[in-house]
Write a protein that binds this ligand. Sequence first.
Ligand code: SF4
Ligand code: SF4
Length: 405
Amino acid sequence: MSKATLRDEAPIFSLLNKSEKGDNISECLTCGVCSSRCSWYDGEGGPVPRQIVRMAQLGLDELLIESGMLWDCMLCNRCTEECPVGISMEQVVRRARSIKAAAHIVPEDLSKGIKNRLELGDVNALTKEEFVETVEWLSEELSDEMGDPEAIIPYDQKGTRFLYLPNPRELGINLLHLTAMARLFYLFKEPWTMSSRHTDVTNWGYFIGKDDICRKMALQIVEAAEELEADTLVLSECGHGYFVLKTLLEDLIGRKPRFNVVAMPELTLQMVENGVIELDPKTIDEPVAYHDPCNLGRKSGMYEIPRKLLSFCCKEVVDLTPNREHAICCGAGGGLVQDSNSVNRRMIAGKPKAEQIKAANVKHLATACLSCHRQLGELVKHDDLGVKVHTVVSLAVEALVTKNS
Ligand code: SF4
Ligand code: SF4
């Protein structure tokens, strides 16, 4: 009988066991707890985390790459939560995705988006001219809506209090979201701006596990923010964008940025608590369930802020079970939602989430990530759940008491 031998010189293994941050696969006890925690557990296909670690240990890189498990993993770290030796699946899978031999399995949409983002500042290849045209057109709409020529979407203004970094969807198929955020900034009554130099909160370099690309993308934002001398970078509702630009940023660029970073739900809540804006809790006169995005919750520790903001917009905030650090992924993390060929897989991966939503027996669901929002919207439609999906901040805009002051 042949003996299983650890192959620490194999490409994936050699990238691991280098830091104290959960990539210590040689310590794996093969207990399998991780596999029982994966939300794909009861679905067809999907990753088997214990197997991923074992294959990496044994140098079975080729088999692992061809298994499809690397790109089915949602980097949600739900399995990591209970690992007795603290192995972070997000670290292991990202490293495995980054090796040269895995280049051919990177989804085409991600490769294209990364190229666009590095060259043009936007994953959807929106040029600077198109950005300016879009923002100026939206400005006119906003001025008309607010009845105030001063109500505009400023860009490239130096020395403002806030620099808003949108999700790419806000400059494409979800322009209404950007207009809603601009309405909030107008009501915050503080100088703010957007930047035409780069237009996008995402970091797909994180998904492909390449730290050099992830760093370059983060630096595109850091340099633009510092050039504009913005006091605070305000991130659109984006889970992985927040994880990279808030939680990982200093490690990634090797220094402190010369600005603060806040997420839009955080800033909006501050404005409510400081009495700058007022929200009507009768806006939704029934319970709203909150979905914890993995990158915002389990991976960055933001649990209460979105719930608190939500509590100003509805009768009652209820939890899905399980929630917070035990929350189940929406089924679209890790780059899945960015891949246009992933719809079938996402509907399978999202089954446990759909079951949770059904069990909560609510008509409204909110989340603080536009990627989760998209997946949850598709999921409730696919499973005919009869639930309306909101983002927390767009609900706050709906709940504004005085929209025109
Ligand atoms: S839970 Fe941790 S120790 Fe157990 S099999 Fe999974 S990775 Fe290995
Ligand atoms: S999908 Fe989440 S729970 Fe499953 S292996 Fe990947 S990180 Fe772990």
